[in-house]
Design a protein around this ligand. Structure first.
Ligand code: F0G
Length: 454
């Protein structure tokens, strides 16, 4: 926090400041570090792709997150992701051809952006000699932690999940990779609260995004976006908001690049909540909460949380990944919104699923939460906040196969199934449903069905 001068050694294990209680930041003494003269210098690493750390889409940017000794880095080739220009999605969003890019983080080893941050937190855990690592999760963080533990055999994964709050794709990963899985009666916020207590009591290393090393790894998503755009800063970065780790990390990434003179301007940032889990939207857009030079008005937050508790209102959205009431990185996200002249929007489950279907129809599948970015970009276009000739990058945070239940229900011809999974969420129609054609097991009927429908 500005005004709190407390600093801690990189070898310490803590997530918040003992003095002021706020989350910690990783700060570098850039003057004594070998910072490249230009971002294009990183391209030299491409010719050394046989070296694991040059191959990794996170660690080839080591100079911009130099917190660990090279020998301790645990990498499994994360960050081999795509920036895909999509004219089909541009049309849906209302942008000119060539102006919409999808940063597809589903290509990571565990199928979501989390691996960018996990390799960094896991590396720090390894540096300090941890034998167990824990997280609370809506599914992707736990899948990622379980994967790093399974591959490296350096630590045991202990994961906390809310009951009935995690998609089968993600749960299956944690179970398959051998994580100790604690399913508690409650939701993500309950699990988050408990994992913090347990990790302190039992000395288990915590890898949720309150861990500042996680955010260092997630900065590299932005470095790869710039790399793919040949180091030209886009006009907008649009990202789903859950626990607000990504948005916080992106703000830090651009702030540092700007300070180091490696970029000459900042992009704007749009954080998109699900309407059923819209704490940031309510606080930022409706109640005027701002970073305010490092002193956000805590009474706005406390009042909002008290109202939420009094009304017993809990987050509820088909986008289970971002079904979160109390985002832990709220303050850091406010800082990112401040330095990137940001906006926050909320999109309904129906808008998200339609956007997801458009992403899928144009070739890159994503999970429901990821499509919040595309639905949010469309909303901002319609509102005239984003102009049609601006260059917009939407982050697709997780792979389509993470949550097939929502996808199949969206496309189903079975009204009961649609109602069970989606109707209960207030989704009334699926504008882009691609329904399976029902046909008798008869050659002529099958051929007729194909010819009729193609
Ligand atoms: N998209 C996906 C697919 C996610 O899994 C998450 C968060 C988010 C977006 C939100 O990102 O927290 O940085 O704002 N998933 C966490 C988890 C909470 O436990 O896997 P954020």
């Amino acid at each position: 926090m500005p005004g709190c001068a407390a600093t801690y050694d990189v070898g310490e294990v803590r997530t918040s400041c003992a003095k002021c209680g706020s989350l910690l930041d990783i700060d570098y003494d850039w003057d004594s570090l070998p910072v490249p003269n230009s971002l294009a210098d990183f391209e030299a690493k491409w010719s050394r792709r046989n070296e694991p750390l040059a191959f990794s889409g996170v660690w080839r940017f080591y100079d911009l997150l130099p917190f660990a000794p090279l020998a301790k880095i645990v990498s499994i080739g994360e960050g081999q992701t795509l920036l895909h220009p999509s004219n089909g999605v541009a049309k849906f969003v209302g942008l000119n051809e060539g102006n919409l890019f999808l940063q597809y983080e589903g290509m990571n080893p565990s199928g979501s952006f989390k691996d960018n941050g996990m390799t960094a937190a896991f590396t720090h855990a390894h540096t300090i000699g941890a034998s167990r690592a824990a997280c609370a999760s809506t599914g992707n963080t736990s899948a990622s932690l379980a994967l790093y533990c399974g591959v490296s055999k350096l630590m045991q994964a202990v994961i906390f999940i809310g009951s009935g709050k995690i998609s089968y794709g993600k749960l299956s990963q944690a179970l398959d990779y051998g994580a100790l899985t604690i399913q508690i009666a409650g939701d993500f916020d309950d699990a988050m609260h408990r994992v913090q207590q347990v990790s302190v009591k039992q000395g288990i290393y915590l890898v949720n995004s309150i861990n500042p090393f996680r955010l260092e790894g997630q900065k590299t998503i932005m470095f790869r976006v710039l790399e793919a755009l040949r180091w030209r800063v886009p006009d907008w970065i649009v990202v789903p908001g859950g626990n607000l780790g990504n948005s916080s990390a992106f703000g830090k990434a651009f702030h540092e690049l700007h300070q180091l003179g490696l970029i000459d301007r900042m992009p704007r940032l749009a954080v998109i909540n699900a309407a059923g889990a819209d704490t940031l939207y309510q606080l930022y857009e409706k109640r005027g909460l701002r970073w305010n030079g490092g002193r956000p008005d805590a009474s706005i937050i406390n009042n909002y949380y008290a109202e939420m508790d009094d009304a017993n209102r809990r987050a509820s959205t088909i986008a289970s990944a971002i079904e979160i009431n109390r985002p832990v990185n709220l303050y850091k996200c406010l800082r990112a919104l401040e330095c990137c002249h940001g906006v926050v929007r909320e999109v309904t489950d129906e808008q998200m699923l339609d956007a997801k279907a458009q992403v899928g129809a144009n070739g890159l599948g994503c999970e429901p939460a990821s499509a919040a970015s595309v639905a949010g970009a469309k909303m901002l276009r319609e509102q005239g906040v984003i102009a049609p000739d601006e260059r917009v990058v939407c982050i697709l945070t997780g792979h389509q196969l993470k949550d097939p239940t929502a996808t199949v229900a969206y496309h189903t011809h079975d009204q009961n199934e649609f109602n069970r999974v989606l109707g209960s969420r207030g989704v009334n129609r699926a504008a882009f449903a691609n329904r399976a054609v029902q046909v008798e097991n008869n050659l002529e009927e099958i051929i007729r069905a194909i010819e009729l429908n193609s």
